[in-house]
Design a protein around this ligand. Structure first.
Ligand code: NOJ
Length: 720
């Protein structure tokens, strides 16, 4: 039996500190790595190399095996390094971005996709993934909205917990089992003005009700690690923020896992103006419970000195080392430091036909039919198809954070349509660029001619995949470049047009919406995007995704979200388009969004036939059963997510106008009817009050089915 305490007793202080250091695998690269290059840039010596506890990013199983072997030969304690990477929406076979996946409202699908990515990643040597990312978001300008499940705290938590479970698999110590790291704690998604890394100022009740619950849900699900965010939260950067890191995380929530800084976030305490130098930065981070320092060298350079000066004790260091070694043990690394990763396994495991089939299914389930005036689904009988737009034959549709996925391995829309309809004549015209600063219209005539001559037009528009993701924020949320003008010309030439939209965020596409007969939002669908698009366009799949982040009418409405408070001067839906003086609204735009949270159409016609409550009064320990009946009044089988919302009508803190409290995705055959039952209990009614506690207050509530500001039925009940 491996005795970790004994192992630690035999280690030098330098060796112990090494366990707290993580660097990019490139510190080992180059023939003369010991004297130049990344090693020197990171302020490391050759001796440090054999002490490093974990590595971030590496090419493949071959490199991983070489690095581990070399390390174990050089480390006298024979403690394996642990290899970490961001496996966000697939390792090699890429499924839709998380913002899309959340909108499937399908936890089983999330688990299936996550499991597939865990096995692929494991075959390549990944042992820890920096997932789930559950940052709550309200501002579509922020590029990292694509990594989240959007503006719904409960949904974010449910999807995050599903990922934790699926990455672990049945036995985390075996091949295919990955440890997880929830991020970015906390409120990284609250960046002011939607600008990445910008400061966050939030009241405690907004933090507690909206931003923190999803991190907590992942902790409850057994997440192994946690990453503090880059941002300043209420004046103090997360990694040095004792309220966040000590009081809430460790004391209140009892998190005992490993905390790892984000990339150079410890070093950045100096740039934030919080620490005078590296030593002080390392001091603040260590003091606040940051166990591993990612890609900065404050611990390696200064922790020993701080122990000698009595700022920290060696026992404190030992406790952190123990946590890290325990994680390595749980991962099974002391038994097999390679965990079965090898080029042969990788070759067999990644990008298989089975994995491709799964991500195709996922892309089908995540696409959102935003608008349909009846043109979709297209008949397969058409003879001539025009595929127009910058995404018509574009492999760059897998999305940001695609890990080891390759654009060239993805299926384009053209390829997808061609393989579905091999005998049809397809004309492809790019028409224009998808970049914001490229405004060449010289190919418009060609596009118009192709549209005129075709039976149907598939107009493929959107923003490039590197317009979202880390560091990629926008101030304009409309289609970049001259795509709106292209759309106007093409739709003018042929009204039998459906738009396929590719995006990593909600877009403000009011202009397009006003002219397009149909808009099918593919998000960034992943490796099988083109095949999924063809399935959906021609009715082999029926759209069932919902948006989990509001699409604004105009960027000036941002941040815009469904779970807002009422204000003292709201305006009615009927008066939304006019300016209502002295009311909470704008002169030049209504308050309603273009598409609300929870919106998403289907080729089926779902009719909500009624909602009943088992009683109209509930005691604090009681329960109300809510039943909702949905009928599929069509000849097409489909899926619908039934969403239950709650509103607390009078409370000591102003409450949101709607809050999602439960959902269920159901499948309905043609002319089929189903009844869904939800149980409403008191904890679902709680909020963070001004006394700093989660409570419910007696009084009147409403329950509604529908979505955001489009409710089909609303009933009242009271909490006694
Ligand atoms: C920076 C990102 O903020 C974080 O999400 C990621 O896990 C690390 N880099 C490591 O790649």
């Amino acid at each position: 039996m491996l005795d970790l305490k004994k192992l630690i007793d035999g280690m030098t202080v330098e060796e112990k500190i090494g366990q707290l250091a993580q660097f990019n695998a490139n510190v080992f690269s180059g023939s003369d790595a010991d004297i130049t290059g990344p090693l020197v840039k990171n302020g490391l010596t050759g001796d440090d190399l054999y002490r490093i506890g974990s590595l971030l990013n590496f090419k493949d199983s071959k490199e991983m095996n070489e690095l581990q072997k070399r390390h174990l030969e050089g480390d006298r304690n024979k403690i394996p390094m642990v290899f970490m990477m961001d496996v966000i929406h697939g390792y090699r076979t890429i499924f839709p971005i998380p913002l899309a996946l959340g909108g499937s409202f399908d936890t089983e699908l999330v688990e299936e996709c996550t499991r597939m990515s865990a096995v692929e990643a494991s075959s390549a040597g990944v042992q820890v993934t920096f997932t789930p990312m559950v940052d709550y978001v309200r501002d579509a300008r922020w590029g990292r909205v694509m990594e989240t499940c959007g503006e719904e705290p409960i949904l974010n938590g449910i999807m995050g917990a599903a990922q934790v479970k699926a990455f672990h698999g049945e036995d985390m110590s075996k091949f295919g089992g990955l440890a997880t790291c929830v991020k970015h704690y906390a409120a990284y998604g609250g960046a002011e003005a939607g600008r990445d890394y910008n400061q966050v100022e939030l009241s405690e009740h907004i933090l507690r009700e909206f931003y923190l619950p999803a991190y907590k849900a992942c902790i409850d699900a057994g997440v192994d690690m946690l990453m503090p965010s880059f941002n300043v939260l209420n004046g103090v950067p997360a990694v040095a923020n004792s309220w966040l890191m000590k009081k809430v995380l460790r004391e209140e929530w009892g998190f005992e896992g490993v905390v790892i800084s984000d990339y150079d976030a410890v070093g950045e305490l100096i740039t934030h103006g919080i620490a005078a130098d590296k030593k002080e930065a390392a001091k603040y981070a260590f003091k606040n419970g940051c166990d591993i320092e990612m890609c900065s060298n404050g611990y390696i350079k200064h922790l020993k000195e701080m122990i000698e000066e009595g700022i920290f004790t060696e026992e404190q260091l030992d406790a952190v080392v123990l946590k890290i070694l325990e994680l390595k043990k749980r991962l099974g690394l002391f038994e097999d430091p390679y965990k079965g990763a090898s080029p042969e396994t990788e070759e067999k495991t990644c990008l298989t036909a089975e994995n491709r089939a799964l991500v195709r299914k996922a892309a089908n389930e995540c696409a959102v039919l935003l608008k349909n005036d009846g043109v979709l689904p297209f008949s397969k009988e058409h003879k001539k198809i025009a595929l127009i737009g910058p995404f018509a034959d574009n492999h760059n549709i897998i999305g940001f954070w695609s890990c080891c996925g390759k654009n060239e391995e993805s299926v384009t829309v053209k390829q997808g349509v061609q393989s579905k309809l091999p005998d049809v004549e397809i004309k492809v015209v790019k028409g224009c660029s998808d970049k914001w600063n490229e405004i060449d219209k010289s190919r418009f005539d060609e596009a118009v001619k192709a549209a005129r001559e075709a039976d149907i037009v598939i107009l493929c528009l959107g923003e490039p995949q590197n317009y979202s993701g880390e560091g990629n924020c926008r101030t304009d949320l409309d289609l970049p470049g001259v795509q709106n003008e292209l759309a106007e010309k093409v739709i003018g030439a042929n009204s039998n047009t459906a738009v396929l939209l590719f995006t990593g965020r909600p877009l403000a596409i009011s202009k397009l919406d006003s002219i397009a007969p149909a808009i099918l939002n593919m998000w960034f669908p992943g490796t099988e995007g083109g095949n999924a698009a063809a399935d959906l366009l021609f009715g082999d799949a029926n759209p069932s995704g919902k948006i989990t982040m509001t699409f604004p009418k105009s960027v000036g409405q941002c941040p815009i979200y469904y779970n807002h408070t009422n204000t003292g001067r709201p305006i009615s839906k009927q008066r939304d388009e006019m300016h209502n003086p002295y009311a909470s609204n704008y002169i030049d735009c209504g308050n309603l969004p273009l598409y609300s949270f929870g919106h998403g159409l289907s080729y089926s016609n779902f009719v909500y036939e009624g909602m009943t409550l088992s009683k109209k009064e509930m005691n604090i320990d009681g329960e109300i059963k809510v039943t909702v009946t949905v009928y599929n009044d069509s000849d097409i089988a489909g899926k619908e997510t039934v969403q239950l919302y709650m509103r607390d009508l009078v409370a000591s803190t102003a409450r949101p106008v709607q809050q999602l409290i439960a959902f269920e995705k159901i499948t309905l055959g043609p002319k089929e009817r189903k009844t869904v039952e939800f149980a409403v209990t008191e904890p679902m009614l709680r909020f963070w009050n001004s006394e700093n506690e989660f409570v419910s207050e007696k009084g009147e509530f409403t329950l509604s089915v529908g979505y955001a500001d489009n409710m089909y039925y609303t009933e009242r009940f009271s909490l006694k």
